[in-house]
Design a protein around this ligand. Structure first.
Ligand code: NI
Length: 220
């Protein structure tokens, strides 16, 4: 390669790497700000055992489960619910968080089998345009036999993301053939009466969440 061309190639490479870094940082910053708005309300963002008193989340919804049945919040009444929002095309965060949820529920199945039957795992898509019933059905089966995938119309999904204060937005990525989604990554623990019990964050380990849930469910 001629030195002149080599220089140009190197410069282009450096610029595209920089663009990726800046783009990623901006995306991360946006999500962080949105998350901070929710976390601010619970008093202490640093610790998972935040004081969440007074934080109103959730409420009625109508969605479609991964078997194609219409469901509402009443279908899960009386149970504890781990609620996570994401999308099946998510390259890294969603699979990690869903695997974490599944590990936690498996630990309950082993140590507290009765209580485990009273814990539902809800995975709600923020990308209903691609995550139809069949896509959700195939995806949830990768994680846990009792993981419930929920999709719906765009208005139904917008409604529930607002009630749970979930930030989700479509991002066009020129380096990918298709769009991706930026979204909040909280796992909410909702109680039998649909009250918010705990908020877990990406940095919370399965062990930490398991112990917190054990305490909140009154198990020892
Ligand atoms: Ni994701």
């Amino acid at each position: 390669m001629k030195p002149e061309i080599q220089k140009r190639v190197t410069r282009t490479l450096i610029l595209s790497v920089l663009a990726l870094i800046v783009g990623g940082a901006v995306g991360f910053y946006q999500v962080s700000i949105q998350n901070a708005r929710v976390i601010q309300k619970d008093g202490q963002g640093a610790s998972g055992s935040a004081d969440i008193a007074g934080l109103e989340l959730g409420g009625p919804f109508t969605l479609t489960d991964h078997n194609g049945n219409e469901v509402t919040e009443k279908d899960y009444a009386g149970k504890y619910k781990l609620v996570y929002f994401g999308f099946t095309y998510c390259p890294a965060v969603c699979p990690t968080e869903l695997q974490k949820m599944s590990r936690i529920v498996k630990a309950f199945e082993k140590n507290h089998p009765d209580a485990a039957q009273n814990i539902e795992q809800l995975f709600i898509t923020v990308d209903p345009e691609r995550d139809n019933v069949q896509v959700m059905k195939d995806y949830v089966s990768l994680f846990h036999p009792r993981l419930i995938g929920l999709t719906g119309t765009r208005p139904q999904i917008d409604f529930i993301t607002q009630s749970y204060r979930i930030f989700a937005t479509r991002v066009e990525d020129e380096s990918l053939s298709d769009y991706t989604m930026d979204h909040s990554t909280f796992v909410y623990l909702m109680g039998p009466d649909d009250e918010l019990v705990s908020i877990y964050r990406m940095k919370d380990t399965p062990d930490y969440i398991y112990k917190d849930m054990q305490q909140k469910l009154g198990l020892s």
